[in-house]
Design a protein around this ligand. Structure first.
Ligand code: ATR
Length: 277
């Protein structure tokens, strides 16, 4: 950090990290808002995340984004966690409070909800929502979904016991239905794919009946081409399909707000990223 000691330093930490769009996104946020920051990408060794975080902040770093596979570890390092982060069991945003304590927030769920509601004008209120998957990615987004007063939220997972665990975990915050894919027998208004199946180019074994002509399909993953899940939903006549690029930009905007107290206009950045892909 030597020659840039006066510029506020931020970074995203993961392993691997070369694919990350966060430096580009935050770089654009900084230009738009005229905030003077530097934002880099750091690959921490798999067993060296904690040491990296300590050294980053003790060298005057202001904030970190955390990505795979360190989000849960980041959570366990925090002295202070927001309510959302506590329930999420993972954090993607780190900063220090005025006492120098490490604080954690999870902005993924807010990013998802804002992408749906603001960018795509899809209200969640009263809607029948199906969330596919019950891993870390899904746990990270459930509270902000529940906070929008949906009609019902069903979590369906290959391993049903994990969906049931989430149901129990979120019990005080809203009602979740938990089931396996083969128990799904009706159409949903909104289906959010939070399984990692898409990453391997797989589609969970879903019954066609969950899609109707008014279903909005949302894949938390993004890709230059339509994701396999979204292709499947489109082929069954879903009303619309969206991928997770907007969620990525919105979670970044929320992190930027936490660090800088400045709101960005995400639209031009999202358009630029789409054109770039
Ligand atoms: P992440 O942090 O991405 O959520 P994770 O915690 O390993 O990763 O969770 C992966 C999720 O994707 C799980 O819900 C997993 O189902 P299981 O709990 O049954 O393992 C789901 N998943 C992964 N590959 C899948 C596939 N091919 N079909 C259906 N679900 C799959």
């Amino acid at each position: 950090m030597g020659s840039n000691a006066k510029i506020d330093q931020y970074a995203v930490v993961g392993n691997p990290i070369h694919h990350s769009k966060s430096p580009k996104i935050h770089g654009e946020f900084a230009v738009q808002t005229q905030e003077t920051i530097e934002y880099s990408a750091i690959q921490a060794p798999i067993d060296g995340f904690e040491a990296m975080v300590k050294s980053f902040f003790s060298n005057g770093g202001k904030g970190l984004n955390v990505t795979v596979p360190f989000k849960e570890q980041a959570w366990s390092l925090c002295a202070e966690l927001s309510e959302r982060a506590k329930l999420a069991g993972a954090v993607n945003t780190l900063y220090q409070n005025q006492h120098g304590d490490l604080c954690g927030e999870n902005t993924d769920g807010v990013g998802l909800v804002r992408d749906l509601m603001v960018n795509h004008q899809v209200s969640l209120k009263g809607k029948r929502i199906l969330v596919l998957g019950a891993g870390g990615a899904v746990r990270g987004v459930l509270l902000p979904i529940l906070e929008e007063s949906p009609g019902s939220v069903t979590v369906a997972n290959r391993t049903v016991a994990k969906a049931e665990q989430l149901k129990a975990l979120f019990a005080g915050h809203g009602e979740l239905q938990a089931c396996g894919f083969d128990e799904l027998s009706d159409a949903f208004d909104i289906i959010i794919n939070g399984t990692s199946a898409s990453l391997q180019g797989d589609l969970p074994p879903l019954p066609d009946c969950i899609i109707s002509c008014s279903t909005v399909a949302y894949d938390m993953m993004y890709a230059p081409e339509q994701t396999i899940f979204n292709q499947w939903a489109s082929s069954l006549g879903a009303h619309s399909t969206y991928d997770g690029l907007g969620m990525l930009v919105e979670q970044a905007a929320e992190s930027f707000y936490i660090w800088r107290k400045v709101r960005v206009d995400t639209r031009p950045i999202l358009e630029m990223l789409r054109a770039f892909d």
